[in-house]
Design a protein around this ligand. Structure first.
Ligand SMILES: [Fe+2]
Length: 192
């Protein structure tokens, strides 16, 4: 019988196998990961019920990583209604997928650091759906758990260790967004 640990391992292995190039094909990786999540949705939801029920706030768990080319694979737990600030990803490429529950993603881009941020789109991700972005410092997004009752779980793959990044608050005057440096905290390793 396939357990959630097999599913997590399949997700981690697919993420590592598809990212051996510096600029991997994110669309095909998103399809591959999405199909594993669709296939194993129930096992993942049941097996990760601790993460869904322990109510410790927003958490990042490390599922796997590799140096050269750098890749990190994380599972995140989103309390009901939790919204991130608008944030960048330190210039790394990335894929973010829903594993359980639904997420709203609003994204912005800009031509250069001196230009204004432009709203690029708003997506709604159900289990297996993904959003992705290339290695580009001129991209940011804000994500929200659309449920008011349930914790959502998401899978994130980045082209390196996402430790130092920036959040952006809207302000009244130019440049209309104020950035602040942040450090990403990892709750612990997720064992498979
Ligand atoms: Fe993000």
């Amino acid at each position: 019988m396939r357990t959630y640990r097999h599913s997590l391992k399949a997700l981690r292995d697919a993420a590592l196998a598809h990212t051996l190039e510096k600029n991997p094909d994110l669309a095909s990786l998103a399809r591959e990961l999405g199909s594993i999540i669709h296939r194993d949705a129930q096992a993942l939801a049941d097996g990760l019920s601790d993460l869904r029920h322990h109510n410790r706030g927003f958490e990042r768990w490390l599922l796997g990583r590799r140096g050269r080319p750098g890749v990190s694979v994380l599972v995140m737990a989103w309390p009901p209604g939790y919204t991130t600030p608008s944030h960048d990803h330190a210039g790394l490429w990335g894929i973010e997928l829903s594993m359980y529950g639904a997420l709203e993603v609003e994204s912005w881009s800009r031509a250069s650091t001196s230009e204004a941020w432009q709203l690029r789109g708003r997506d709604w991700l159900g289990p297996g759906d993904a959003t992705w972005f290339d290695a580009d410092t001129h991209y940011m997004h804000r994500c929200r758990n659309l449920s008011r009752q349930e914790t959502a779980l998401t899978l994130h793959i980045y082209g390196g260790d996402l430790e130092d990044y920036a959040t952006y608050e809207p302000v009244e005057s130019e440049p209309f967004w104020q950035s602040q440096s942040q450090r990403a905290r990892i709750a612990g390793p997720l064992r498979v």
